[in-house]
Design a protein around this ligand. Structure first.
Ligand code: GAR
Length: 195
């Protein structure tokens, strides 16, 4: 069985979408893959309760307990590696990762970013898209490389930016699409690689 480890920091709705897709799409049977663990850097991440309800082991590693980014990432790697991951999925994990972490999971580390990359890497993507006068916005699933929000693009979804849109309304519109493309991209990862 191939192991998926999902990293979250907050609501974890993308993680929940992947867990539901794995259940409903019978990934265990069809792809020999399952969500082996959900790891959060915040003890109050709402997504942890969802994972527990679905029988998925969870772990919390508070980044504030570590003196440096390198120390935190080393501990995070040790925690993740307990679950022998074939794929590590960043799902709203709001930490910048060290080059050592990225190298350790090279080729098996995915992220979803709420913009049409390469536009709007970084934070506040929705407000920046509105301010720039974009007619379209969206989300991107990509391989993670050492450079923030770069790496091979695996999937994208496009939504319109509406007149008088707020960042919050646009974020919600984009998020519904994230929930469709991320589970599909994870399933594709396994059918391509192991199917
Ligand atoms: C999602 O919109 C995701 O694309 C974004 O955070 C949100 C997490 O929501 N990620 C980033 O901004 C990464 N830089 P979720 O916790 O409900 O999945």
């Amino acid at each position: 069985m191939k192991n998926i480890v999902i990293l979250i920091s907050g609501s974890g709705s993308n993680m929940a979408a992947i867990v539901r897709a794995a259940e409903q799409g019978r990934w265990g049977e069809r792809l020999h893959a399952h969500v082996a663990a959900v790891v959060s850097n915040r003890a109050d991440a709402q997504g942890l309760a969802f994972a527990k309800d679905h029988g998925i082991p969870t772990a919390v590693l508070d980044h504030k307990a570590f003196a440096s980014r390198e120390d935190f990432d080393a501990a995070l790697m040790a925690q993740i590696d307990r679950f022998s991951p074939d794929l590590v999925v960043l799902a709203g994990f709001m930490r910048i990762l060290t080059p050592a972490f990225v190298a350790h999971y090279a080729g098996r580390l995915l992220n979803i970013h709420p913009s049409l990359l390469p536009a709007f890497a970084g934070l506040n993507t929705h407000q920046r898209a509105i301010d720039a006068g974009c007619r379209f916005a969206g989300a991107t699933v990509h391989q993670v490389t050492a450079e923030l929000d770069h790496g091979q693009i695996l999937a994208q979804a496009v939504v319109p930016v509406l007149p008088n849109d707020t960042a919050q309304a646009l974020a919600a519109r984009v998020l519904t699409q994230e929930h469709l493309i991320y589970p599909r991209a994870v399933a594709d990862f396994f059918s391509r690689r192991f199917g």
